[in-house]
Design a protein around this ligand. Structure first.
Ligand SMILES: [Zn+2]
Ligand SMILES: [Zn+2]
Length: 159
């Protein structure tokens, strides 16, 4: 798990000035368990930093990703990139309906990492292990409305 110092010192190493805004972005990434999007980070911090721009959020995230301190996950049914400051090997499980991403620790992933490094000699900087599906709550919601959507979904499947 990346901690605040890992992220802030990564930014400094990259030659970025450690502004209160950038520190706050790092803090939010470390504290938030819910894999925020850039827009969510911006909206959370904007009330506290009126001078914060979305560009600052993006270039801070890009720098952290480049250094392997943060992983960019794919989208979770919402077409937005989600960010993960937990760089320890784990499985991310996304619900395509409510766009929530939860962490699943798995020994298999830890083994997979060492298998990859041993086989290739690569220094791994990150990984995106993203499984996706429907969470139990959304499955319940869908089964309630499935009578209405059945015709539509079977039609789109045959395309
Ligand atoms: Zn869901
Ligand atoms: Zn995660």
């Amino acid at each position: 798990m990346s901690n605040l110092t890992t992220l802030t010192s990564a930014l400094q190493k990259a030659g970025m000035r450690l502004t209160p805004q950038r520190t706050a972005i790092c803090e939010l990434l470390v504290k938030s368990p819910d894999h925020p999007t850039a827009a969510a980070i911006y909206e959370t911090l904007k009330p506290h930093f009126s001078s914060l721009s979305l560009a600052t959020v993006y270039n801070t995230l890009d720098t952290l990703i480049g250094l392997g301190a943060v992983n960019a996950l794919g989208h979770a049914g919402d077409d937005k990139v989600h960010y993960d400051a937990d760089t320890e090997p784990h499985v991310n499980l996304a619900c395509l309906s409510c766009s929530r991403i939860v962490d699943i620790p798995s020994e298999h992933i830890t083994h997979l990492d060492s298998e990859i490094t041993t086989a290739t000699g690569y220094k791994l900087l990150g990984a995106r292990v993203l499984y996706y599906g429907l969470c139990p709550a959304c499955q319940k919601k869908q089964s309630k409305t499935s009578k209405n959507s059945e015709v539509f979904s079977s039609a789109s499947r045959t395309k």
